[in-house]
Design a binder for this molecule. Sequence first.
Ligand code: SF4
Length: 287
Amino acid sequence: MALPIIERPVRRPALSPSRAGDFKQCPLLYRFRAVDRLPEKPTRAQVRGTVVHAVLEDLFALPKDERVPETARALVKPAWDRVRVERPEFAGLFVDAEDGEEGAWLASAEGLLDGYFGLEDPRRFDPDARELLVEWEMPSGVLLRGYVDRVDVAPTGEIRVVDYKTGAAPREVNEAKALFQMKFYALVLWRLRGVVPRQLRLMYLADRQDLVYAPDEGELARFERTLEAIWDAILRAAKTGDFRPNPGRLCGYCDHKALCPAFDGTPPPYPGWPEPDDAESVLDRTD
Ligand code: SF4
């Protein structure tokens, strides 16, 4: 999922799919992001994803017959102008750019939207929800929280969870990560609405491909236990600050390599970890 553009009020500690995924990939990366909150420079691809998500959200606010490719393309520039204001950290994205780079980038966002229309016709349905904040507290007290791109509900009551991907189509690791995220949303929606989502649909706009997956109750129940185990491991590491690096091929994409002991770096002193409670804490920032 792209960078959300929704402002977040102060909330109680929670586990999000991205941060759970970070911890699974590399506990130290989790610490840098969720505990130290070290800044990361957004890439043009990430910001383009945010813009495309914003356009798709805007598109479904229009009457059905206006949801056509030309309208979507026309929404790109206003969405970028809005996102740029809402997220000042995006403002420097084209500071040193050559002439025409921003235009080409906007055109590539339009291309992704064309890819979307190659996968479905948004004039044929109204979503039940877009950019939906979902939260559910597990019996153990762990709060799960995330943003679902779109939820569709059929007249028969069957739920479909949809996520737009603006990167390339998945292979092995990426697919596993994407399914982890979708199972997370499916679990929360099941618990909130009492119905196991019938379908999880990942829409890869660049490649005009989708990945469709049907979860079952037993699988989601097992997934719930997996999330409990991840949270337990996070809290164990939190007590001592022992978040270990787990180097792998994704280190090439890590903004914090210079601080990582696996690459001869030194992390900043561990800032400490408050006990989870309803007060504001560093854990509020884990999504
Ligand atoms: S460089 Fe690799 S091992 Fe180090 S923190 Fe980043 S992801 Fe983890």
